[in-house]
Design a protein. Structure first.
Length: 130
């Protein structure tokens, strides 16, 4: 009788599969737009069945919300604010701007998918970054 996968292994596999679906959704949304994209296209791009896709996401809207949540600034923003301590407002705002810029740089493909062009921002010389 074959061994069953350990719960930890199943959890890792499930998270990997979920991420593959999110990546496929981002690709299809970028190519077709939200209105033009279909769950079937996303499922095919992810190499999964429709049933498995619906196991993770109830509909296209839930899938889009997950894609946006995956690429949003909110978790980073919460972390910066939680660590502000006794820093001046200028220091906190400077950190927010720099971290937001770094996030945009790290997620260029996401930005291009939804906005159609690169963000036209560059950090100032004062931020200590090129």
């Amino acid at each position: 009788m074959p061994e069953t996968a350990k719960p930890e292994t199943r959890r890792i596999q499930a998270e990997k599969r979920r991420q593959e679906i999110l990546d496929a959704a981002l690709k299809v949304f970028a190519e077709q737009g939200y209105q033009g994209a279909t769950i079937s296209q996303i499922s095919e791009t992810a190499g999964t069945s429709l049933g498995l896709l619906y196991h993770y996401f109830s509909n296209k809207e839930a899938l889009m919300e997950a894609v946006i949540a995956e690429h949003s600034f909110l978790p980073l923003l919460k972390n910066i604010i939680a660590k502000q301590g006794k820093q001046s407002i200028e220091s906190v705002l400077s950190q927010l701007c720099l971290q937001f810029y770094r996030l945009l740089e790290s997620k260029k493909s996401w930005w291009l998918s939804f906005c159609g062009k690169e963000p036209a921002i560059r950090p100032s010389a004062r931020s200590g970054s090129a």
